[in-house]
Design a protein around this ligand. Structure first.
Ligand code: HEC
Ligand code: HEC
Length: 229
């Protein structure tokens, strides 16, 4: 009887050792990182979005999320969980994630002002001194979208190709180097006119306040084509 019992124990012990071996198989190490991008939101996300959890929380989101969804995600991290990021950070991170992981394109009007590092800072600098009380320059993002929509700008303009009027890339490339380009363009947006790009006139937009026209001019000047030729 004793011999039989210890043989049984040996079998059990062998089984335990075999189990232990299986569990100790080492998995290949794949360090989780965010996808690189030249957009300013990338550096902020690397810094701020990996404080509490792995970047894989972002990497494994379903593809095809748009700018509003990614911006909402970043905002949720701030509002619900206390991620230490500003409203501007949230917009920049949302744009970066939407382009890099989601359905947004660098040329989307909502992305363009958030795609270059300078836009946030220069808006602050150039928007000062207007005193029209239409809100801070930092908040220009959403209001620019509303202005573009309310004035049918995108019926005649696109960022990257000519429609009725010139592409915003071409306008930015032409005016960017001018000193005072923001005020020059905002004056042209309000007055309308013809002859610079062809014979078709741009209608005057005189219901725009100076500050609104400046925001639109800054938006146009931030088009990516302005950085190139
Ligand atoms: C202060 C801590 C904190 C920071 C910083 C943080 N997160 Fe989160 N995040 C969380 C928590 C908590 C969850 C929910 C985890 C869970 O439900 O298991 C989460 C979950 C997520 C998810 C999974 C989907 C979801 O909504 O639950 C995504 C995507 C995500 N975070 C993205 C981000 C991004 C982008 C940033 C940078 C803007 C960020 N996180 C920064 C705490 C944080
Ligand atoms: C009905 C069509 C139309 C609408 C609507 C329109 N534009 Fe234009 N825009 C044009 C045309 C055409 C030109 C070229 C004018 C020229 O050749 O001088 C132009 C030129 C411009 C320029 C370049 C100015 C210059 O002198 O070179 C800017 C900037 C611009 N538009 C911005 C806007 C913005 C912002 C809006 C909305 C607030 C807008 N446009 C609405 C047709 C339009």
């Amino acid at each position: 009887v004793r011999a039989g019992a210890s043989a049984f124990l040996c079998l059990v012990a062998a089984a335990v050792v075999a189990d232990a071996r299986e569990v100790t198989i080492t998995l290949p190490e794949v360090p989780a990182v965010l996808r690189a991008s030249p957009m300013p939101g990338y550096a902020i996300a690397e810094r701020e979005c990996t404080i509490c959890h792995s970047p894989d929380y972002i990497n494994f989101q379903p593809p095809g999320m748009d700018q509003a969804q990614w911006t909402g995600e970043a905002n949720k991290m701030h509002a619900a969980f206390g991620a230490p990021i500003t409203d501007d950070d949230i917009k920049l991170i949302g744009a970066y994630l939407a382009v890099t992981y989601g359905s947004a394109k660098l040329t989307d009007p909502g992305i363009v002002p958030l795609a270059t590092a300078a836009s946030g800072a220069s808006q602050g600098a150039q928007g000062g001194g207007e005193g029209s009380g239409s809100g801070s320059a930092a908040g220009a993002g959403p209001s620019v979208q509303a202005l573009l929509a309310n004035h049918a700008c995108l019926g005649c303009h696109a960022v990257d190709h000519k429609v009725v009027g010139p592409s915003f890339n071409d306008v930015a490339a032409r005016f960017r180097s001018h000193p005072g380009a923001v005020h020059e363009l905002s004056a042209r947006i309000r007055s309308g006119g013809t002859g610079t790009w062809g014979t078709v006139p741009m209608p005057p937009m005189q219901d725009l306040t100076q500050a609104q026209a400046d925001s639109l001019a800054q938006y146009v000047l931030a088009a990516p084509g302005g950085a190139g030729k």
